[in-house]
Write a protein that binds this ligand. Structure first.
Ligand code: SF4
Ligand code: ZN
Length: 297
């Protein structure tokens, strides 16, 4: 197939746009989408320090590459890479993340569950079984990322969520009947480094192709605990559906954004946890609650 724009050989067909794109036009198209998302939300401003959450996988590696290309030359924007080692044996060697950061000239920082929390995901699974491993691991990773980003002086935390992740999250909250999460807006809250998601409008397969075209290598293994997550079921369901209805993911993503915009809580008042020093909403600090549960026999 030939590129719809220049007749060179195409590397992808975008079902939702009907376009075939060659390597160069595909990269330009993806980067334009990500830049549009950044402009739309006014996510990056002069003086910002962006911490890029870098696991070393394709999504975060691609994000680091994109941000380094886009902001690497800017004197008024600082980039740094931040890796969290959850302590899952045989998965996510932090050295892969380090090499990606170093090859892009971005300073690299690594923190671990072991040193910040005194435990690891492997040890939690050993005690609790693996049915809720992603709940524990996800909450605790979020905690570590926020604390480390703030300590490093970051004003933004860039995460590699793509369109599929975003659409799955909306659908998961619908299926769980979780109105609070469905409606919670991203309004600024003290103590929380605001998250930015430049790839939120880019389908997962396009982020993967971008990673293959632009990175020398990245972590390709899957987490040994990932198959137990509800997300897996929702992904399968949505992938099947999107084959017949290519705009479904965009629709879900937009629905989530609109609901949060219309009904979103205007920055629920946060308290600072006496135990861990992190901000939290509601009755009890979620990280401390999860950590206590995880450490119970
Ligand atoms: Fe943690 Fe679940 Fe992700 Fe594995 S799949 S790293 S357990 S959140
Ligand atoms: Zn706490």
């Amino acid at each position: 197939m030939r590129c719809s724009k220049c007749r060179k050989e195409a590397v992808i067909w975008q079902r939702y746009s009907g376009l075939h794109l060659c390597r160069d036009h595909f990269i330009a198209d993806l980067e334009a989408k990500a830049k549009r998302e950044i402009r739309k939300h006014r996510w990056v401003q002069s003086g910002d320090t962006i911490a890029v959450a870098l696991s070393g996988g394709k999504d975060s590696g691609a994000l680091l590459h994109f941000l380094a290309r886009t902001f690497g030359e800017r004197r008024d924007v600082t980039l740094l890479a931040l890796t969290v080692d959850e302590g899952i044996a045989g998965y996510r060697d932090p050295n892969v993340a380090r090499e990606i950061a170093e090859s892009h000239g971005v300073p690299w920082h690594c923190v671990s569950f072991a040193e910040m929390l005194g435990t690891t995901t492997d040890r939690i699974v050993e005690r609790k079984g693996d049915t809720r491993s992603c709940t524990y691991c996800g909450v605790l990773r979020r905690h570590c990322l926020n604390a480390a980003a703030r300590d490093l002086g970051a004003t933004r935390l860039a995460v590699g969520m793509n369109l599929d992740d975003e659409a799955q999250s909306v659908l998961m909250n619908v299926l769980r009947g979780d109105a609070t999460r469905l409606l919670s807006s991203q309004s600024p809250m003290t103590g929380v480094v605001p998250r930015i998601k430049p790839f939120a409008m880019v389908p997962e397969r396009e982020v993967a192709l971008y990673a293959h075209l632009t990175l020398a290598h990245f972590e390709e293994g899957a987490c040994p605990y990932s198959s137990t997550a509800l997300r897996g079921d929702v992904r399968t369901l949505l992938n099947d559906y999107a084959l017949r209805h290519p705009a479904a993911r965009f629709a879900l993503k937009n629905l989530g954004e609109e609901l949060a915009g219309v009904c979103g809580t205007a920055g629920e008042l946060l308290k600072i946890c006496d135990v861990c020093g992190e901000p939290y909403a509601g009755e009890e600090c979620r990280s401390c609650q999860v950590l206590r549960e995880a450490l119970e026999g």
